[in-house]
Structures are given as structure tokens and as C-alpha cells.
Design a protein around this ligand. Structure first.
Ligand code: C5P
Length: 421
């Protein structure tokens, strides 16, 4: 699974580190949270500073570390109330017995305990301690209080401990904690997108990448399509709240988060899967695939041997997937693509009509700076006549940004009153 780093760049995590040997894992945790794109600020208790220095966390988080409650200089920077408001999540890892007890009692005698009372953000604690301390009645009583107060407790793991004991009390690995944080925000974003996103509740099928047409068991005909544009559109549709199925030709790209991917090879297989999607229910069909126009008439059963100076392979036309789907009775909103090297607009407008599409996005692949393998693209979008919508120029931008603008164009067309023609 790939992850778009920009996804969480507007989310703020306070990582509170308290006194315990597991504090060394928190350094890695900062890295993993940053890897997901989160903004991280670290708060340390006195106890934590006996195990690891603030400088380590400052370097890793890229932010000053907060250690004092009543330090005028620190309060002048980002005071405790401001810090409490800044946080979208407070993660206390490791959470010592002492901190858990303070939270349960509502004490406010240091920065972290004050922050706990002052924040509206969800608070998660990852207790880490000696197994006997974990099992102690007071600790369990305090943890129950925290759960009742709405705190999310991440259960410690069992195993050998730094003190030599074996039992419950080890903090989960930083990767596991970071992933839980990512999943939490991802689910929250998804819930919002499914309700309010531009494509909320829509079922979208996207074809992407090249197709591969076999000549014999070891050889094939294909093209240079990388699938990047289709994958970016799949990610953008998902972020807009759609349920997305990606029919991917052979490409080496990670599946966008949340997207269902079905790998296909030939044009015929891609068509088969497209028809299946139609059966299952599809509201929007987006054809970005560079489908091979022809396939080999008769695929050799065995590897063709070198002989003679010439080899003739006879080709027959592949079905046009997007045009076939557009002809079906229960046809979804149809989006096609056109890659041209000349007369770009004229050819694209022609395909819009010929293939009975609702919308077509075209680009000039003769431009060296955009298209195929590039990370950037520029497009012109045309809508079918009945929409009576102006064409849109999508200026050169990253494929992610272009994908977002295409989602907006689809949304606008879907909500446009159609004029009878
Ligand atoms: O005719 P041309 O290949 O330029 O049309 C491009 C559009 O048609 C793209 O949306 C492409 O995915 C789709 N197409 C298709 N099946 C084919 C050929 C093209 O779906 N066999």
C-alpha cells in the first residue's frame, strides 16, 4: 500500500514521553509519525529526560521540545493552553504508572498533566512498565478511570522486560503505534469523505496502465503507459468518498490506499472485468488505460523459434472497452482520455462523440514535459454537448492535482442539468 504524505500534513500530534526505558522507542515513533506526514511536537516529563534527551526529540520532530509548565520563555513560545489547542491527538507513549495516576486523579502539577486537562483532543496512552506494576490494583483502577473518562488505552504487550521479568508491560513497537494513529485519522477522514466528499457514495471503476497482448508464451506486444495518471485518479476518487475499483494492466505502482485493485493483462481480460464491474454496480467509469488497439490473431502455443529473416504476425482489432461500456443499457457516467500528438482538441472532441462519452480529458503527448512517464500533466476537458458546459483547461500540474481537478469536473457534470439535444 502506498501512502500519500500530504494526507496528514494538516494533522498535529503531541507525543508525550514519560519516564520509562521504552522512551527510546519513542524516538523511532517520532520518525514513523513524520513519515506519515504528521506534524509532531514532543512533550517530556522530568522522568523521561532521565532516559533520553530533549535534543534527540527536537532533532527528530523538527520542533522545540516542551518540558516546563511555568517557564516564562516556553510560555512565550507556545504556552500550554496553545499547545493543548494545537493538538489533534495526544499520544502518551510510554505512559508511566505515575502519569496514569496523575491523569486519573486530575492533578495538574506539571506540563503534561496540565495539558491533559486542557486539551479537547483525543488522548491515547500506551502504558509501559514492569509487569508487577502493570498488575498492581492501583494501576488497574487508574486505567479503568481513564477509560471511563474517554481515554484510549493501547494495551501493552507480553514478553521479556528490560528489568529481567517476563510478562505484560512492554510498549508496542513504534511502527505499530504509528500505524494505529494513521488508521485512526484515515478512518475519520474517510467517514467525512463518504458523507460530504464530491463523489460521496459513488461507485467508480477505473482502467489504468497498458495492456499486454501475448504473441507466444514468452513474448508480448505492449506500450509505455505507466498507469500513473489512472492511479492518481483512483486515489483522488477515493479521497472524494467514492468506492473505487482499479482495473490495472501490468504496472509497477503501489495500490492507492482504500482502493480495490484487480490486475489484468490483456484487453479482453480488461473488458471482461469492466463488464463484471458494470454488473456489480458502477456509477462512473473512467478509462485511462492505454489499451492495445490490436492483439495477435493466433497466440502461438509454444515459443516461436528464430528462423528466416522475417517473421509475420497477424494482428486483429481489440474491442474498444470504453465504447463498449458506453453502449450498455445501464451505462455509467463515462470518462475517456485521449493522448494525441497533433490536432489534440479536434481528435479528442471527435472521440467524445464517436465513443458516446460524457467527458473526455485530452493531452498532447508530443510535449516532452508532460504525459506518459512524467509526474506532471496538463489537460483539456470537454463535456458532451447535452451538458452545455465550457471546456476546461487544466494547466500543467502534478498528476495528483490534475486528478483532483478531474474529480471536480466529474462532480460538476453530474450535478449539471442536462439539456435535451
Ligand atoms: O481511440 P483511443 O485509443 O485514442 O481512445 C482513448 C480512450 O479510449 C481512452 O479512454 C482509452 O482508455 C479508451 N480505449 C478503450 N479501449 C480500447 C482503446 C481505447 O477503452 N480498445
Amino acid at each position: 500500500m502506498s501512502f500519500d504524505l500530504s494526507v496528514f500534513s494538516n494533522k498535529n500530534i503531541i507525543l508525550a514521553v514519560t519516564g520509562g526505558i521504552a522512551a527510546y522507542k519513542s524516538a523511532i515513533l517520532v520518525r514513523r509519525l513524520k513519515d506519515y506526514g504528521f506534524n509532531v511536537r514532543v512533550v517530556m516529563t522530568k522522568g523521561a529526560q532521565a532516559f533520553i534527551t530533549p535534543l534527540t526529540f527536537q532533532a527528530l520532530s523538527g520542533n522545540p521540545v516542551h518540558t516546563e509548565l511555568l517557564d516564562p520563555e516556553a510560555e512565550a513560545g507556545m504556552g500550554h493552553i496553545e499547545l493543548a489547542r494545537w493538538a489533534d491527538l495526544v499520544l502518551v507513549a510510554p505512559a508511566s504508572c505515575d502519569t496514569i495516576a496523575k491523569f486519573a486523579a486530575g492533578l495538574a502539577d506539571d506540563l503534561l498533566s496540565t495539558l491533559y486537562l486542557a486539551t479537547k483532543a483525543p488522548v491515547w496512552v500506551a502504558p509501559a512498565m514492569n509487569q508487577q506494576m502493570w498488575a498492581a490494583k492501583a494501576t488497574q483502577r487508574n486505567l479503568n478511570t481513564l477509560v471511563e473518562d474517554g481515554v484510549h488505552v493501547i494495551m501493552p504487550e507480553a514478553g521479556s522486560q528490560a528489568c529481567g521479568d517476563v510478562g505484560l508491560g512492554r510498549m508496542p513497537e513504534p511502527e505499530v503505534l504509528a500505524e494505529q494513529v494513521k488508521d485512526y485519522f484515515h478512518q475519520a477522514q474517510r467517514a467525512i469523505a463518504e458523507k460530504f466528499g464530491l463523489l460521496a457514495g459513488k461507485r467508480v471503476t477505473i482502467t489504468a496502465g497498458p495492456t499486454r497482448e501475448a504473441i507466444d508464451p514468452v513474448r508480448y506486444i505492449s506500450n509505455h503507459s505507466t498507469g500513473k495518471m489512472g492511479f492518481a485518479i483512483a486515489a483522488a476518487c477515493y479521497s472524494a468518498g467514492a468506492k473505487v475499483t482499479l482495473l490495472a494492466g501490468p504496472v509497477s505502482l503501489d495500490t492507492p490506499n482504500g482502493v480495490k485493485r484487480i490486475n489484468v493483462s490483456s484487453a479482453l481480460k480488461m473488458l471482461d472485468e469492466s463488464m463484471n464491474q458494470l454488473e456489480e454496480g458502477c456509477d462512473i467509469f473512467i478509462a485511462t488505460a492505454a489499451v492495445a488497439d490490436y492483439r495477435v490473431a493466433e497466440v502461438a502455443e509454444h515459443k516461436i523459434k528464430k528462423s528466416g529473416d522475417e517473421l509475420n504476425v497477424s494482428l486483429i482489432k481489440n474491442p474498444d472497452i470504453v465504447a463498449t461500456i458506453a453502449q450498455q443499457e445501464k451505462r455509467p457516467f463515462m470518462v475517456g482520455f485521449a493522448a494525441e500528438t497533433r490536432n489534440v482538441e479536434e481528435y479528442a472532441a471527435g472521440k467524445l462523440v464517436a465513443k458516446k462519452l460524457d467527458m473526455i480529458a485530452c493531452n498532447d503527448v508530443s510535449r516532452a514535459d508532460i504525459g506518459f512517464a512524467s509526474d506532471q500533466n496538463a489537460m483539456i476537458v470537454f463535456f458532451a454537448e447535452q451538458y452545455q458546459m465550457e471546456k476546461r483547461d487544466l494547466e500543467k500540474a502534478s498528476k495528483q492535482e490534475i486528478a483532483q481537478q478531474l474529480v471536480e469536473a466529474i462532480h460538476d457534470a453530474l450535478h449539471h442539468e442536462i439539456e435535451p439535444v
